[in-house]
Design a protein around this ligand. Structure first.
Ligand SMILES: NS(=O)(=O)c1c2ccccc2cc2ccccc12
Ligand SMILES: [Zn+2]
Length: 261
């Protein structure tokens, strides 16, 4: 119906251009990052994450991913520095992942994909009055991408995976207070950055991507808990497991990827 989209054969990424022509635009995401082709830009400062007074509000299943939302009514949780001219407010974070034994990151590195990818979504509250307005502006959004690889248990990810049973079905939402995503960061904040888009419809070309080079480790068991989520709602007959909710890499179309040193 209407602008329904998904990750299946009938409604997946290769068909999104029918309702969202920008899918074939000049600054689409994700991309394959080729490290030795990235320009080392010594003018690129370190990124600064001020998440200390972070306030998560809820966790929900929007039928595409599991999303943790934040109170963005003031500048308490912001990202700044690096390639950014302003501070950008944290709005939400969510994940993308594969099926059992399959990889599910959106960005790839020299053709290699990771098991999963965490996206922390921020918006430019200096220049725009709300998230929706920022979401359609070329410098409106910043998404911080963090790769997840399978290995040891992540000591804090269980706080999220323990809550997933409460948001199994599309459209479910529950309180999720006091979670600070600082605990999900790797030790190094070295990054690649480029100009791109949302990786889901409406695919607005409004995102400055900042992708951390160092992945975090999570266990196969922890990752498996994401796959108990469903794309479908409680009232639907079909129960479709939420997995492989990633868009494949898109053409670079002449864009430059810069690397912090
Ligand atoms: N994958 S994504 O970060 O492009 C993304 C968003 C990006 C910017 C603004 C809002 C977004 C909402 C999303 C909701 C679900 C999945 C990806 C999303
Ligand atoms: Zn995402």
């Amino acid at each position: 119906t209407g602008n329904h989209w998904g990750y299946g054969k009938e409604d997946g990424p290769s068909l999104w251009h029918r309702n969202y022509p920008v899918a074939q635009g000049s600054r689409q995401s994700p991309i394959d990052i080729i490290p030795h082709q990235a320009a080392h830009d010594h003018s690129l400062d370190a990124i600064i994450l001020n998440y200390d007074h972070c306030t998560s509000i809820n966790i929900s299943n929007n039928g595409h991913s599991v999303v943790v939302e934040f109170d963005d009514s003031d500048d308490r949780s912001v990202i700044r520095g690096g390639p950014l001219d302003n501070a950008y407010r944290l709005k939400q974070f969510h994940f993308h992942w594969g099926g059992k034994g399959c990889h599910g990151s959106e960005h790839t590195v020299a053709g290699m994909s990771y098991a999963s990818e965490l996206h922390l979504v921020h918006w430019n509250a200096v220049k725009y009055k709300n998230f929706s307005e920022a979401a359609t502006a070329p410098d409106g959004l910043v998404v911080l991408g963090i790769f997840l690889e399978t290995g040891d248990d992540h000591r804090w990810l269980h706080v999220i995976t323990d809550a997933l049973y409460m948001v199994k079905y599309k459209g479910s939402l529950t309180d999720f207070k006091g979670f600070n995503p600082k605990c999900l960061l790797p030790s190094s904040l070295h990054y690649w950055t480029y100009l791109g888009s949302l990786t889901t419809p409406p695919l607005h070309e409004s995102v400055t991507w900042i992708i951390l080079k160092e992945p975090i480790s999570v266990s196969e068991k922890q990752l498996g808990k994401f796959r108990m989520l469903l794309f479908t709602g409680e009232e639907e007959d079909q129960r479709i497991r939420m997995e492989n909710n990633f868009r494949p890499p898109q053409p670079l179309k002449g864009r430059k990827v810069r690397s912090s040193n």
